[in-house]
Design a binder for this molecule. Structure first.
Ligand code: GDP
Ligand code: MN
Length: 344
């Protein structure tokens, strides 16, 4: 009986029971986090909120990746947070390492030069991380067979109950890329990224669609305006990153040395690629998903959305963000028009 359970030091069974999602209403997807053993507390916090807001009901598996072996303490700490399946993966040197175009010696010099110029300017592991997240994570054996992913990081917060499956919503509406927050990147971290992007565009016009949302990232002056989707949250149809165009674009960037001699992030790279390869209707702002990663927060101001949330929309970064406003305003651009601008 209940009383005996309590006496035996056990908790009474949970009173909340959620309906199972209807059979078939699921995608072949997972929640993916790259994480260090030292970030156990931060990931437990993220997963606690993610489970409570969404995944306790929808039951997607987690894939946790690390360049080091996960400790038993880490696995125990995660197991205490979720009943859902957790798969652990290790990154070999083919996924976690230098671009073939750079040398460790020259990288050391550049890190020294850049360490005071921007956040993580002197960090080698941050470079490995950005390169992995940009072009390689979806090739990992635990991810290779998945069609969809939702990125999770340590120390993020989820504020709003989700009573539908964003993966299924995206699939049913032909959406391939979902985001919550769109800030502006620090110019110094991507000094030559747009130059190399333009070179790639000029030489690969056959890989580009007839129209795209590229003018969200490119002004009529032909420059990169530094807008990007903050990739610590992203829900993506992985066929985007596995496309011939994306593969070619990443290879071009990997050859251009900027992951190491600059500090190109996966967020601007994913964002440039998504807007270059997709149309407006294929990219979705999840305004209803209140979310915070250290630095910026999104909380919906629409009363119907806000009623399911525990956050303050007055503190939301997103309604003050120029890139976010631009996303609402901007429309698709024809390929011919883009090439005209790029060639100027
Ligand atoms: P920021 O969000 O740009 O400030 O960078 P983070 O430190 O949050 O790193 C982004 C993601 O990569 C987080 O999920 C980190 O846990 C993970 N990460 C960053 N560096 C490493 C690393 O060296 N090893 C592992 N295993 N994960 C890392
Ligand atoms: Mn982070």
């Amino acid at each position: 009986t209940k009383g005996d359970d309590l006496l035996a030091g056990r908790l009474p069974a949970a009173r909340i029971s959620y309906d199972q999602p209807a059979a078939g209403q699921r995608v072949n997807g997972a929640i993916i986090a790259l994480v260090r053993n030292s970030e156990l507390d931060g990931l437990r916090k993220s997963m606690r909120m993610f489970e409570d807001r969404f995944n306790r009901r929808f039951k997607y598996p987690y894939v946790l990746l690390n360049d080091q072996n996960f400790t038993q303490e880490f696995r125990d700490g995660i197991a205490a947070i979720t009943k859902n399946e957790v798969r652990y993966g290790i990154l070999d040197s083919d996924l976690w390492g230098y671009s073939p175009s750079v040398t460790p010696e020259e990288t050391t010099k550049k890190l020294e030069e850049n360490k005071a110029r921007y956040l993580y300017g002197g960090s080698l592991s941050y470079r490995f991380m950005c390169r992995f997240q940009s072009g390689l994570f979806f090739k990992h054996p635990l991810i290779r067979d998945l069609d969809w992913y939702w990125r999770l990081e340590p120390d993020v917060e989820y504020y709003c109950d989700l009573d539908y499956d964003p993966f299924v919503f995206m699939r049913d509406h032909g959406i391939k890329y979902g985001f919550t927050i769109a800030p502006r990147e620090g110019r110094r971290t991507v000094e030559t990224l747009w130059y190399h992007t333009r070179e790639w565009i000029k030489n690969n016009t056959d890989l580009l669609p007839e129209r795209s949302l590229v003018n969200w990232v490119m002004g009529t002056d032909g420059h990169y305006n530094l807008c990007h989707f903050w990739s610590n949250f992203e829900i993506v149809d992985l066929s985007l990153y596995r496309s011939a165009a994306y593969e070619s674009y990443f290879q071009h960037l990997d050859d251009a040395q900027g992951f190491f001699y600059e500090r190109w992030g996966d967020a601007p790279i994913h964002s440039i690629a998504a807007t270059l390869l997709l149309e407006k209707g294929q990219i979705h702002w999840f305004e209803d998903i209140g979310y915070k990663h250290p630095g910026n927060m999104h909380c919906p101001r629409n009363p119907d959305m806000l009623s399911k949330c525990i956050c303050d929309p007055a503190k939301s970064y997103t309604y003050r963000s120029a890139c976010q406003t631009r996303f609402s305003k901007v429309n698709n651009m024809a390929k011919a028009r883009m090439l005209e601008i790029i060639h100027n």
